[in-house]
Design a protein around this ligand. Structure first.
Ligand code: ADP
Length: 246
């Protein structure tokens, strides 16, 4: 049962929530500003004459289109977060095969990973392993983690998804041999909009929301998530899922 908060505690919690909202809105508008100003700049330059200059017109339009893609990624991630946080967050928990999902995701990432010569491999003793979780949301978790491992991975590297079955839970590790994260940054990567290297993240189409979404989803399942990383060695993100009892 929830403990009743004292009046003082309630005021403190409200103040904290208000501060959090202020900071969040500040971050959102800051993140949206960059691509919007880029678009504005290129459109104005095109209107002012660059449209007739065959040396730059296509280039500026392509850059405009890239900024629009960026805006779309930010809005999509914000939408996912908003849905996760909304009071009506409905978890659609069912029994499904985790190995199947990982294989589907490997197919999905085949082209993206091959562009960097990254090998995707599954390390598991099972042909199928049924878990009890919201499949769509766990798909999102693995999508974000694999996508990060590719984004921050080294050319010619490898990404391994290791699955261990314990008594009640399964333990899933997404391991890469990429650029890694330093110890002073590691505790902050699950924060919204936190990025170790803003330039690198942006150039890779990152929004800084991916890991915040991942953590949110795992916690909504009342499961655990953990990260370990070493600069230039790689990163491992591990989380648990409830085994199916079927
Ligand atoms: P982004 O959209 O910037 O990738 P995330 O929330 O997914 O945002 O990750 C936050 C930051 O954590 C990233 O900007 C990156 O610096 C770091 N990071 C996440 N995953 C990895 C990884 N596998 N290897 C190295 N750094 C990572």
């Amino acid at each position: 049962m929830k403990k009743k908060l004292s009046e003082e505690q309630e005021i403190l919690a409200l103040k904290r929530a208000a501060k959090y909202r202020r900071e969040f809105l500040g971050n959102v508008s800051h993140e949206l500003k960059t691509p919007i100003f880029n678009i504005q700049g290129y459109i104005h330059t095109l209107i002012d004459g660059a449209l007739e200059d065959p040396n730059v017109n296509r280039k500026y339009l392509l850059r405009t289109s890239k900024s629009i893609d960026r805006l779309i990624s930010i809005i999509e991630d914000l939408e996912i977060l908003a849905n996760l946080e909304s009071e009506e967050l409905l978890m659609d928990v069912t029994d499904w095969d985790l190995i199947d999902l990982v294989n589907e995701l490997f197919e999905f990432f085949e082209i993206k990973s091959s562009e960097k010569n990254i090998k995707l491999s599954l390390d598991s003793n099972f042909d199928s392993l049924f878990v009890f979780a919201d499949k769509e949301k766990i798909n999102q978790v693995l999508l974000n983690l694999i996508s990060n491992s590719i984004k921050y991975g080294k050319d010619g590297g490898c990404i391994t998804i290791k699955i261990e079955k314990k008594e009640k839970n399964s333990l899933i590790h997404v391991v890469d041999d990429g650029i890694g994260i330093s110890s002073e940054n590691i505790s902050r990567v699950f924060e919204r909009f936190y990025r170790v290297d803003k330039g690198r993240s942006r150039s890779q189409g990152g929004t800084g929301l991916g890991l915040a979404i991942v953590k949110h989803i795992i916690e909504a399942h009342e499961q655990k998530i953990d990260i370990s990383s070493q600069v230039n060695k790689g990163t491992a993100i591990s989380f648990t899922l409830k085994n199916s009892i079927k």
